[in-house]
Write a protein that binds this ligand. Structure first.
Ligand code: 8YV
Length: 320
């Protein structure tokens, strides 16, 4: 297809190969002079294939007057100004569903790792401490209530897994959901006070910035565990460090950070935090499926069949 597509940063090699096979592909990141490439091809580019690394905002979209679609690698698209895309008549797509189970699995792993201190126990053994003394006893999931902030696709998949652990499950979101057997809380603060584990899995945006701060952490309490697999921006990281240092909460399991890939030294120094380098969806299987969906959205669009997974801000329905 002679349609011109641009990538802003390296994508999974299989995605780049598939894009190259289907389209005329330009790579901004590989250009010796990116500005010169933008000037040369900006007027012809009709699709962007992006990850989370580069913000796609109005000024960037303005460089592509023929832009029709932005295909995002990831279910979260907080780095894309989707409302602005809508104003410009540009469709934004993301990669829902294909990563739901993977992220939910990882969340359960991170929760158990944090509660039972699995990475700390591994470090203890390797450091040769075991022959001298057994590893200290850990906290437990037994008898805990778990609150989920954001009962979307991934939140529900986490809740389904938690059912198997025999824990009570609660959730908070904008509104209660029909047909859901979990306790709804209309305030995050109220839920934090009623549970012992808070799992953050809500989409990021201006209204969720720093949602989990001093007050929510204090409400979670000294036995509380915070798990964040959404975006770092939902948690006030400085407040979290203070809470972990002071024992306001017991521990945190984090897959996401405010300023990735940079993690504050104060957080990395804490023994009661389990820190992962944003690996929720990072398996060969799931990343391949996400990449395929990035490509399939573009192919479907340019073959005139519409986007497969448009985001809520840029709804699309076939013309009659
Ligand atoms: C990816 C994610 O790591 O889908 C998301 O929103 O955060 C992850 O699956 C990320 O999008 C890759 O760029």
């Amino acid at each position: 297809m002679a349609v011109e597509i641009l990538t802003l940063k390296p994508m999974h090699p299989t995605v780049e190969a598939a894009l190259e096979a289907a389209f005329t592909l330009h790579r901004l990141h590989a250009a010796p002079d990116p500005e010169a490439l933008l000037r040369a091809v900006g007027g012809a580019v009709r699709g962007l294939a992006v990850g989370a690394q580069v913000p796609v905002d109005g000024p960037l979209m303005a460089r592509f007057p023929k832009l029709e679609i932005v295909s995002n690698f990831g279910v979260g698209y907080d780095t894309i100004d989707a409302a602005e895309a809508h104003r410009r008549g540009v469709v934004v797509t993301n990669t829902p569903d294909v990563l739901t189970d993977e992220v939910a699995d990882l969340t359960i792993g991170l929760l158990l790792a944090t509660l039972r201190r699995i990475p700390q126990a591994d470090r203890y053994l390797r450091a040769g401490h075991w022959p001298k003394a057994p590893f200290p006893l850990s906290a437990s999931l037994r008898g805990r209530r778990v609150g989920i902030l954001g009962l979307g696709r991934i939140g529900r998949a986490i809740a389904r897994r938690l059912e198997g652990f025999g824990v009570e499950i609660a959730y908070h979101g904008r509104r209660p959901q029909d047909g859901v057997p979990y306790t709804y809380h209309d305030s995050l603060l109220g839920m934090a006070g009623a549970v012992h584990v808070l799992i953050v899995v809500a989409p990021a945006g201006p209204d969720t910035n720093g949602l989990v701060g001093d007050a929510v952490l204090a409400a979670l309490g000294p036995e509380g565990i915070l798990v964040n697999v959404a975006r770092g921006s939902l948690v006030d990281e400085a407040a979290l460090v203070r809470a972990l240092e002071a024992g306001t909460i017991l521990g945190a399991g984090l897959d996401v950070f405010e300023n990735e890939p940079h993690v504050p030294a104060a957080l990395a120094a804490l023994e009661n935090a389990v820190l992962l380098p944003h690996v929720g969806s990072a398996s060969h299987h799931t990343r391949a499926a996400m990449g395929q969906l990035v490509v399939d959205n573009l192919v479907s669009w340019f073959e005139g069949r519409g986007p497969l997974t448009p985001v809520a801000e840029t709804p699309w329905s076939p013309r009659a």
